[in-house]
Ligand binder design. Structure first.
Ligand code: NAD
Length: 491
């Protein structure tokens, strides 16, 4: 199998070290591709290409409308290759093709959104200058060379949230996808080449975080690093980025509450409590893994939830009957196993799942049973730590104040849901939630128009929405004196 290449300075190249990596299908451990494993030198080479392309201005200087057209073309090509991309994403991540198809539609929509936004404020904004005989104008300009580092759970979706606004704003970039899920990112770089993005503007380096990732975060020719991934890696990137005071965008983890009041529509809340956690086997940063239920419906709610959770069908993402695929890797499966074992030792009760399935057909894959842990309290590690697996912990509350306090009791602040039919209560509640996205009577919804990001240790900055474009822009104030004459201060 020929190793897939990296894209540097408009050319498809092998790793300078000659290293390659096998990409594994998490459903059956088969090798689905071999890719070049980049090195620090490759990262430096890619950054130099992006720097040159930015300095020579061939992308930032073209009219914003023209940049928007190229970004539209990328969206067209993603739509054209939607099924191929979805299959590739499912092969690489194990998620169901139905989920990957939704991802591809969302990805095309993100490119379209930023394509439209590209020229919207390109002329800048005049403000009222308080100085007589002068004008003041505010313009937004590209930041420069951007490093973009993405995780394995939504490989192309997370990439699109970075690529589309960076391009629309006129930056050049180097992307490093997760080393274990690079396939759709490689394909989208082919599409960007086909769409006519000029040489050196977009560069793709494959390889591990330690080496390639660290170089992207620390190299002084880089002006901004945008990272999506785990909290501990985020902290390292923040330190590395301090080398030249890079702009920083961090989308980190979450431990997201889903609060159910007794007056909520019961069946909807049970259904959505499952949707909140078991999509993509819980490997979702905004998964509502902390279920917090009003005491008077707690037992009935848990019974209904457990009955349905036990029926979730595990299998290949390519089978239509499959509702949940495997975890991403053996290493991650072991982490989820340890996480649940820790919960049991802390006193949680396993009401469903709690281990690997015994179905012989699933033994080659990294499967874990959809799991419900009850008798959980806020002080337990299993309630506080991001498990990133198909595991839901259940806590109880009696008053609204207690529910707010529980929901906010986390180092994270990415997202949260609340279910109630009392809209005044819902409004009061979400006003007190310390999270970047809150849902009333829904879960896990996002779209290109609305900013996405976290409070507290869930990150810095926002992707998506207008803010997602602004992350990739510097702001310049242009002051013009209309009647220049000597001040004579130092006469
Ligand atoms: P990770 O932090 O292990 O890796 C993410 C990326 O960082 C990978 O490309 C990796 O190679 C790279 N990396 C690792 N060490 C590095 C270093 N020292 N310097 C530079 N780069 C380095 O995360 P993961 O396991 O791939 O993804 C799961 C995590 O991502 C979860 O915590 C999840 O919550 C988070 N996530 C957050 C969001 C969000 O929008 N907030 C979205 C998706 C995933």
């Amino acid at each position: 199998m020929e190793a897939k290449k990296m894209f540097i300075n408009g050319e498809w190249v092998e790793s300078s070290s000659g290293s390659v990596r096998d990409i594994i299908n998490p459903y059956n451990r088969e090798i689905i591709a071999t890719v070049s494993e980049g090195s620090i030198d490759d990262a430096k080479h890619a950054i130099a290409a992006a720097r040159k392309a930015f300095n020579e201005n061939d992308w930032a200087a073209i009219p914003a409308t023209e940049r928007g057209k190229v970004v539209h073309e990328i969206a067209d090509l993603i739509e054209r290759d939607r099924e191929e991309l979805a299959d590739l994403e499912s092969l690489d991540t194990g998620k169901t093709v139905a989920e990957s198809l939704i991802d591809m539609d969302d990805i095309a929509a993100v490119f379209r959104y930023y394509a439209e936004l590209a020229d919207k404020e390109a002329d800048g904004e005049m403000i009222n200058s308080p100085i007589p005989n002068s004008t003041s104008k505010i313009v937004r300009e590209p930041i420069g060379v951007c490093s973009q580092i993405t995780p394995w759970n939504y490989p192309l979706l997370q990439a699109s949230w970075k690529l589309a606004p960076a391009l629309a704003a006129g930056n050049t970039l180097v992307m490093k996808p997760s080393e274990i899920t690079p396939l759709t990112s490689i394909k989208v770089f082919e599409l960007m080449e086909e769409a006519g993005v000029p040489k050196g503007v977009v560069n793709l380096v494959l390889g591990p975080g330690k080496s390639v990732g660290e170089e992207l975060a620390s190299n002084e020719d880089v002006d901004l690093v945008s990272f999506t991934g785990g909290l501990e890696t985020g902290k390292k990137i923040m330190q590395a980025a301090s080398s030249n005071v890079k702009k920083l965008a961090l989308e980190l983890g979450g431990k997201n509450p889903n609060v159910i009041f007794a007056d909520a529509d019961f069946d909807t809340a049970v259904d959505q409590a499952m949707n909140a956690v078991f999509f993509h086997a819980g490997q979702v940063c905004s998964a509502g893994t902390r279920l917090i239920v009003e005491e008077r419906i707690h037992d009935k709610f848990v019974d209904a939830l457990v009955k349905r959770v036990k029926k979730i069908r595990l299998g290949s993402g390519f089978e239509e009957s499959t509702q949940m695929g495997p975890l991403i890797s053996k290493e991650h499966l072991n982490k989820v196993i340890d996480y649940v074992e820790k919960g049991k030792r802390e006193g949680a009760t396993v009401a469903a799942g709690g281990g690997i399935p015994d179905n012989p057909e699933l033994q080659n894959g990294f499967f874990y049973l959809p799991t419900v842990l009850t008798d959980c309290t806020t002080d337990m590690r299993v309630v506080q730590d991001e498990g990133f697996g198909p595991v839901i912990t259940v806590e109880k509350f009696t008053t609204e104040e207690e529910a707010v306090q529980l929901a906010n009791d986390s180092i994270y602040g990415l997202s949260g849901g609340v279910f109630t039919n009392d809209i005044a209560k819902a409004e009061r509640f979400v006003a007190k939630m310390r999270m970047g996205t809150v849902w009333i009577n829904d879960v896990n919804l996002y779209f290109p128009q609305a900013p996405w990001g976290g409070y507290k240790q869930s990150g810095i900055g926002r992707e998506l929405g207008k803010t997602g474009l602004e992350e990739y822009q510097e702001i310049k104030h242009i002051f013009r004196n209309l009647k220049p004459k000597p001040l004579n201060w130092f006469k």
